[in-house]
Design a protein around this ligand. Sequence first.
Ligand code: NAP
Length: 275
Amino acid sequence: MSVSLPRLAFLGTGKMGGAILRGVRRPGVDVAGIRATTRTEQAAELLRADGVEAQSLEVNPEANAWAVAEADVVILGVKPPYIVDLASSVSDHLADGAVVVSVAAGITTEQIEQVVSQPVVRSMPNTPSQIGQGVTGVAAGSRANSDHLQVVSDVFSQVGDVVVVDEDQINALSAISGSGPAYVFYLAEKLMDLAVAKGFSVDQAKVMVEGTLLGASSLLHQSTDSAEQLRRAVTSPGGTTEQAIGVFDNRDVGGILEEALARAVARAEEMAKGS
Ligand SMILES: NC(=O)c1ccc[n+]([C@@H]2O[C@H](COP(=O)([O-])OP(=O)(O)OC[C@H]3O[C@@H](n4cnc5c(N)ncnc54)[C@H](OP(=O)(O)O)[C@@H]3O)[C@@H](O)[C@H]2O)c1
């Protein structure tokens, strides 16, 4: 289904901003206009070579003001410590009807609302957005209405699935889907190491581990069965998998995950307070 998006400004097009920018430039996405900015001229040159209207702060210190001047959606894609200063620096140049979107971990809409008068939406994408298979949580600030949430959801839908949540849930969402890819990569690392320790070559281990994670994720996604039903289908009573799952249960992997998520949420709360 083709999608129409209004004029977009990307302030910062690194790993995350760049992933979203690529997503909205795919065939089938109709965008009214895109302007992007970077810190370095080298990064802006790469974007221009790819057909994006881009300027760097290195060459034009007013590049961000230029980018937001006619934008309907302004995506703040810099590192968290710079988000509020960046929002403040463009506040006088934002169009009246613009919505400001932050992708920064740990920065609240309230912090950004203190420096801009436009509606603010907070988002929490994850790294599979780089290949169009991300999950992004979006939460409205106090001035954002359902139309603002819709247009921001339309943008992030170009790089994966979108979950609309209340802002007080965004740290929990971040601990699950934001950090989640790291948990999967961690499991992959451990399985790779074990496979190599059992005498398989690195290439063989990659096929076994990556193929298993991809196949299991795809099966979970495509099947009407729940994760529990799919697990039980592999776990014959008295069989080998049952022994392995028994170790997970004895070590209370559920409790370990619960503690890990609680720590991630606590850290996000600390970051919001500026520590
Ligand atoms: N990476 C993730 O997994 C992830 C996940 C969720 C959320 N996020 C959020 O995404 C944000 C960006 O993270 P990232 O990993 O994408 O960082 P990154 O790769 O370092 O990208 C930062 C970008 O900002 C540009 N930049 C720096 N200062 C600027 C300014 N004043 N005006 C305009 N552009 C400026 C940089 O330009 P140059 O390239 O020229 O230096 C670069 O394009 C963070 O707030 C982070 O919390 C990231």
